[in-house]
Design a protein around this ligand. Structure first.
Ligand code: FES
Length: 292
């Protein structure tokens, strides 16, 4: 690390990772944030991936030099929470591991529910069973006996009572946990999720897009995203996931009403229409002016 130690990060943070000339992908930092100068990633080898995990497994060997971004956190712990319920599905356990370390160090009330198809596929199993917070961990194996399957009425308890839910995993898992919590009266402001893969609907009608710094105007056609049009015109647009899940492309809206398609802003943030994700969102107004 020499004179440039790795910047600190908070639980829930991720980094952009690029291997070779491959695609940029986002991976959660899953080690104890209290231990400085170290980043650990947990990357599931997915043969159906768009290249990120395959490259990572082939090329992330000791001594390899890789390009990463600064840690960014769209999935932070709420410090005022009276308790935290962490739900991880499959490799979605990674940000929750960092959260568990932080909460355990704070002496906070929390439970970590880890749902996985079968025990042999559980990542970080030993750490979860033998680590400092193992008393807080509940495993739910799909192929295990009925008594250990995830029962949301037990996991969530009676009342939200100032507690917050955090969920990460496949889209279906996130939807399931989120819906169960909502059905049981948990307000949206106390349910937090992070997706690592998403199919975002980018279709829609055409509209005018104005980049405020240059006052250049672009027509965004129905089959292109704002980012695609701007990049093709040589405008420097910060993009990374291009799926509406990382937040890299969020820019301030100065005029107009966004048609939010991203999965990174909360409903509350979207309702302010203060920012728009250029990789996927569109415009409800015929014209939108954005600070870029
Ligand atoms: Fe990731 Fe737009 S590039 S949200």
């Amino acid at each position: 690390m020499g004179d440039n130690p790795l910047p600190d990060f908070d639980a829930g943070a991720h980094v952009d990772l690029r291997i070779g000339g491959g695609p940029i992908r986002q991976y959660s930092l899953c080690n104890d944030p209290g231990i400085k100068g170290r980043y650990r990633l947990g990357i599931l080898l997915d043969p159906n991936s768009r290249g990120g995990s395959i490259a990572a497994h082939a090329e992330l060997i000791e001594g390899a030099v890789v390009e990463i971004g600064m840690p960014r956190n769209h999935f932070p712990l709420v410090s005022a929470a009276k308790g935290s319920l962490l739900f991880g599905g499959g490799i979605g356990i990674t940000p929750l591991l960092a959260m568990a370390y932080t909460l355990a160090e704070r002496g906070a009330a929390f439970d970590l529910h880890y749902s996985v198809r079968e025990r042999s596929r559980a990542a970080f199993f030993q750490e979860l069973t033998e680590g400092a917070f193992s008393d807080h961990v509940h495993f739910h194996f799909n192929d295990g006996p009925a008594g250990q399957l995830l029962d949301m009425s037990i996991a969530l308890g009676a009342e939200p009572d100032g507690r917050h839910v955090y969920v990460c995993g496949p889209a279906g898992f996130i939807d399931f946990i989120t819906n169960e919590a909502r059905m049981r009266g948990w307000p949206a402001s106390q349910i937090h999720s992070e997706r690592f893969d998403a199919d975002v609907d980018k279709s829609g009608g055409s509209f005018e897009f104005v980049a405020s710094s240059s006052q250049r105007s672009f027509i965004i056609p129905s089959d292109k995203t704002i980012a695609e049009v701007l990049l093709a015109a040589g405008v420097d647009v910060p993009v990374s996931c291009e799926q509406g899940i990382c937040g890299t492309c969020l820019c301030d809206v100065l005029e107009g009403v966004p048609d939010h398609r991203d999965l990174v802003q909360s409903d509350e943030e979207k309702s302010t229409n203060a920012q728009i994700a250029l990789c996927c969102s569109r415009s409800l107004s015929p014209k939108i002016v954005v600070r870029i």
